[in-house]
Design a protein around this ligand. Structure first.
Ligand SMILES: [Fe+2]
Ligand SMILES: [Fe+2]
Length: 177
């Protein structure tokens, strides 16, 4: 059995992950509207990843026989002043989520819930990657905001072909997309 406090906190996190997914769709739609297809594709793919994070958490709660509450989510930001803003927002979001994931780890540990603590390990590692990816992209976007085609080329070089499947990833409810 997962600790009750951890179950409550993880249910909250499910809302944040779905909200992150919605935000990334909003980012993608903005770039699509600017005819920056690689930036759009990058964020459409990130949106799927965030959805999968939420569904991994759903699956964990179901496997632990805990109550799952599928949440409504906060409204994403859709108005951006320039092409840098969505990436800056994304980095801010990933940093916030890193803090939330560390917090969940802390709850599991304080409750002596070792299985939940172990479940959170993968997310901690994932956040290191996502913050690093978003920091690098922000640096590129800031440097090349006047020449968006450099940004598009960077994404072709660094982020084409999508993520390779990670065998250590927790299973998602419904199977990962
Ligand atoms: Fe996430
Ligand atoms: Fe993320």
């Amino acid at each position: 059995m997962a600790a009750a406090k951890f179950v409550d906190a993880l249910n909250e996190q499910i809302a944040y992950e779905f909200a992150a997914s919605q935000q990334y769709i909003a980012n993608a739609v903005y770039y699509d509207g600017q005819t920056l297809p690689r930036l759009a594709a990058f964020f459409y793919a990130q949106a799927v990843e965030e959805r999968n994070h939420a569904l991994m958490m759903v699956r964990y709660l179901m496997d632990a026989d805990a109550t799952v509450v599928i949440p409504g989510v906060s409204v994403p930001e859709t108005q951006f002043g320039d092409i840098v803003a969505p990436v800056a927002l994304a980095l801010e979001q990933e940093r916030r989520v890193s803090g939330q994931i560390a917090g969940l780890m802390g709850v599991a540990r304080a409750e002596g819930d070792y299985l939940s603590e172990q479940f959170m390990q993968w997310f901690l590692k994932e956040q290191v990657e996502e913050v690093a990816t978003m920091s690098a992209l922000l640096a590129v976007v800031e440097r090349s905001s006047d020449s968006p085609m450099f940004i598009e080329d960077y994404l072709v070089r660094e982020h084409s072909g999508g993520e390779t499947a990670d065998p250590t990833a927790p299973p998602a409810a419904g199977g990962a997309l």
